[in-house]
Write a protein that binds this ligand. Structure first.
Ligand code: SF4
Ligand code: F3S
Ligand code: FES
Length: 232
């Protein structure tokens, strides 16, 4: 099938404002959007800039706004979009070039919630054991690949780039509800700030955008409840 791909381009060092590049060529319905972009980059226009790595939905590097929805380019097929495809950078983060955005603010928020195991007890001779039931409590939030599709689809984040954002809260959830971890109070304190947890207005965009199907809004609600319960 013949497809038409419009890609929003912008090089802050060379362009006064963003503009659209337009490409029309033959593609298969089973091609992924990442294949389409690689074709453009390798065969048509080598100046196009975008991130990608694993090509299998694992590394989280190729989140883009594709036909108006945040998705991973390697997980969307041409046949699911039709012949007209528009691709823009994810929103709310500064564009460095074309589809490459500055991820530093996103990772600063991630780092702020202490996304690592905290336990001051002496390490046991083997592993720290956990029941199947206790492990299940935070199973879904272990699946995050830090693609930023959630945070950059959140209307609160668009208007306030200092909002911690859903991805950071998801990763805090992963440790707060881990029965072996002892850092929940520290993480909850970080999130109980002006630009923390309470900025969430349950817009649900994050949940719809997540390529790992993590029930993000529910996880945020669980963290809110935990904070209220501890402060009661
Ligand atoms: Fe991506 Fe989902 Fe993790 Fe958000 S929660 S960063 S959308 S994998
Ligand atoms: Fe934003 Fe998700 Fe809350 S889109 S407002 S973080 S439910
Ligand atoms: Fe790794 Fe798409 S290239 S998730």
């Amino acid at each position: 099938m013949q497809i038409n791909v419009k890609i929003k381009r912008y090089d802050p060092e060379a362009d006064a404002r963003p503009y659209w590049s337009d490409y029309t060529f033959e593609a298969r319905g089973t091609d992924r959007i990442l294949d389409v972009m690689n074709h453009i980059k390798w065969e048509v226009d080598g100046s196009l800039a975008f991130r990608r790595s694993c090509a299998h939905g694992i590394c989280g590097s190729d989140a883009m706004l594709i036909n108006g929805v945040n998705r991973l380019a390697c997980k969307v097929l041409v046949k699911d979009l039709g012949a007209k495809i528009t691709i823009e950078p994810i929103r709310g983060l500064a564009v460095l070039k074309d589809l490459i955005v500055d991820m530093e603010p996103f990772f600063d928020s991630y780092k702020a919630v202490l996304p690592f195991f905290i336990n001051q007890d002496p390490a046991p001779p083997a592993e720290r054991l956990q029941s199947v039931e206790d492990r299940a409590v935070f199973d879904e939030t272990t699946k995050c690949i830090l693609c930023a599709a959630c945070t950059t689809s959140c209307p609160v984040f668009w208007t306030n780039g200092r909002y911690l954002g859903p991805a950071a809260i998801v990763n805090a959830h992963r440790f707060i509800f881990d029965s072996r971890d002892q850092g929940a109070a520290q993480r909850l304190q970080v999130m109980n700030q002006a630009n923390g947890l309470w900025r969430c207005r349950t817009a649900y965009n994050c949940t719809e955008a997540c390529p790992r199907d993590i029930p993000i809004t529910r996880a945020i609600q669980e963290v809110k409840r935990e904070l209220l319960w501890r402060n009661a």
